[in-house]
Design a protein around this ligand. Structure first.
Ligand code: GSH
Length: 398
């Protein structure tokens, strides 16, 4: 086993920081500080670190890495001012060429949204499913997960995040964390009289130190919608149920995916080839970065997948857990007897499950899931609803 991979595994065993930081139950997300050993929970986040370590192994050189990190550390980042203004940027971020721009004339919210993302990160896919379903216009900035040059200006260390310029205003917000982004924007759509700037104040971040002495950031209320007044046609039970499934996606379902897509070395390799294709890595990575991310990433993630399987107590045959958890959702859907968990239209729980599944759509695990469960019917309906911007009436504010 190569040194980088061995160190990686040692870090998982002893440090325990892998995964815990980003998607732990209760929402303890970002780890703070600058360190080359902060490992992410998902393929893409891990891949860039793997490739960085592999770069050392392949002779890029410790000095170069150190200089690069020192540069990162010293790059001025746009921080957050006063606590109740924590999502307000003190100055506009630098401009980047969007990988693509989605422009819908039906979106009259006046919000100018830019999504910073990795194309196949499940959290980013979840946000895109939401934005597309509601027909928001937005620009996509594809972050190079090796150099991360597009995010040097911010102290937030993860993707996705949104930069949102408010209508007729100089104010620019930075919304962090997929679940908070979705809750804040959905609240805005329900609450047309309250500005987004006011609404984001309902999601303050809380910094704390966990039992292990690690600093964590938790975004309060991130699964809660701020309705203002009780929405018509939605019962209290509907609201609680939607929240329950959204939490289930963040706390359970998303953790079942990685061990499944990296189940064998072949599947792991195939998954990375799909990430490379779907994320257009040829355009966003230098050739050496892309090849390292694919080859070293696939090997490393195969081992990490095993560790994740233990951490999240998946069955020995991880597919069994994937089918079982998917069936938990499908069974609840069947019991409701409606097209979607939201009834005749998708709600945020449908969008969350659908969103994270689209991240693995090109993987063998998803093919197996389609063959071994009844996910296809609902999934295809969701695809149609999202691609047709089924919720666009809410972004049409005239
Ligand atoms: N709780 C966060 C988790 C986000 C997350 O873990 N993102 C990964 C990529 S999939 C990440 O940015 N990891 C850090 C990195 O790649 O540097 C959310 O829901 O947005």
């Amino acid at each position: 086993m190569s040194l980088p991979v061995r160190r990686l595994l040692t870090n998982i065993r002893h440090n325990g920081s892998i995964l815990v930081g980003s998607v732990k139950v209760g929402g303890a997300e970002a780890k703070l500080g600058v360190s080359s050993l902060r490992w992410a929970s998902t393929a893409h986040g891990t891949a860039w670190r793997v490739s960085r370590w592999a770069g050392v192994g392949f002779g890029v050189g410790a000095a170069l890495t150190t200089a690069y990190m020192y540069h990162n550390y010293n790059t001025t980042r746009l921080g957050s001012p006063a606590k109740d203004q924590e999502y307000v940027l003190s100055q506009p971020p630098p401009t980047f060429t969007p990988a693509r721009s989605i422009h819908l004339t039906t979106d009259t919210t006046g919000l100018k949204i830019t999504l910073f993302q990795y194309q196949t990160c499940p959290f980013c896919c979840k946000v895109r499913a939401f934005l597309d379903y509601y027909g928001f216009s937005y620009d996509v900035i594809e972050v190079n997960s090796v150099t991360r040059s597009q995010t040097k200006w911010t102290d937030y260390r993860k993707v996705p995040f949104l930069v949102v310029q408010l209508p007729n205003s100089e104010t620019i917000l930075q919304l962090k964390d997929s679940t908070m982004i979705i809750s804040a924007l959905q609240s805005f759509l329900y609450n047309k009289t309250t500005s987004l700037q006011e609404l984001v104040k309902c999601y303050p971040s809380l910094v704390y130190t966990d039992e292990g002495g690690t600093k964590k950031v938790e975004i309060m209320n991130r699964h809660f919608l701020m309705y203002g007044q009780h929405p018509s046609g939605v019962s209290k039970e509907d609201i609680v149920e939607e929240r329950k499934w959204r939490k289930w996606v963040d706390d359970v379902f998303v953790h079942v995916l990685s061990p499944n897509i990296y189940r064998t070395p072949e599947e792991s390799f195939q998954a990375f080839k799909w990430f490379s294709k779907a994320g257009n890595w040829e355009e966003h990575f230098a050739t050496w970065e892309r090849l390292l991310a694919v080859y070293v990433g696939a090997i490393a993630m195969f081992f990490i997948g095993k560790s994740l399987k233990r951490r999240y107590q998946l069955k020995d045959d991880v597919r069994e857990t994937l089918y079982e958890e998917t069936n938990v959702f499908l069974k609840a859907l069947k019991k409701k007897g409606t097209k979607f968990m939201g009834g005749e239209q998708p709600n945020l729980s449908d969008l969350a499950v659908y969103g994270v599944l689209t991240a693995v759509e090109g993987c063998q695990a998803f093919q197996d899931l389609k063959e071994n469960t009844h996910i296809s019917l609902w999934f295809d309906r969701m695809k149609e609803a999202v691609s047709q911007h089924g919720g666009a009436v809410l972004t049409n504010m005239v």
